[in-house]
Design a protein around this ligand. Structure first.
Ligand code: ZN
Length: 197
């Protein structure tokens, strides 16, 4: 079932989501939640969705980044942002581990902050310990854009949004003109434009 995505201002987005027990994971209720999250993410469309965004205060995330979402980006820009397709997967009870202090910047948006985007710094390399939808332990090693998606979605489970860790002065309206303008911008061009370094 496709759900409405809660928007900033809704208190559920600001709660710390509860961990899911191993017994709960196999329940029909949780499996139905996962299916609804997958359908809602595809319909949006988005590259990730956290359960609180559809009003479920549990530590569940779905992620998928498709080739079609990045096909209009230049190869050098994909390379710089580390944007590569990521198959669909489910993340439950994640623990984020920062592998290095290196950070990268780019515009980030959120399905719960519709119509806007801001430059948001994120660690370029992280690991995530979690369970999958069958309750199996997983260790994810992620870099580039996938690392950004993971940090963004795990923040949702902690009641945090990207607007908490980005500079309001870099906010843009996500209209067609801006999407086109920044789609293939290098990090250096963005830094210069917003006078970040
Ligand atoms: Zn989001």
């Amino acid at each position: 079932m496709i759900h409405e995505i809660l928007q900033v201002g809704n208190p559920i987005l600001r709660q710390v989501a509860k961990e899911v027990t191993e017994e709960e994971i196999s329940s029909q209720k949780i499996q139905d939640y996962i299916l609804s999250m997958k359908e809602t993410m595809y319909a949006a469309p988005g590259v990730g969705l956290a359960a609180p965004q559809i009003g479920i205060p549990l530590q569940i995330i779905v992620i998928e980044d498709r080739e079609e979402y990045m096909s209009s980006m230049l190869p050098k820009i994909r390379e710089e942002r580390g944007r590569r397709p990521v198959p669909f997967h489910v993340i439950i009870n994640p623990k984020l581990i920062y592998v290095s202090n290196e950070k990268s910047i780019f515009f980030e948006g959120c399905l719960s902050v519709q119509g806007y985007s801001r430059i948001t710094p994120r660690a370029t390399h992280v690991k995530v310990k979690c369970l999958d939808e069958k309750g199996n332990n997983k260790l994810i090693d992620a870099s580039g854009w996938y690392a950004r998606i993971l940090q963004h979605e795990i923040d949702h489970l902690m009641g945090s949004l990207y607007i908490d860790k980005s500079d309001k002065k870099t906010e843009i309206v996500l209209d067609d003109e801006n999407k086109k303008k920044w789609l293939n911008a290098t990090a250096q061009e963005i830094n210069c434009y917003f006078n970040l370094k």
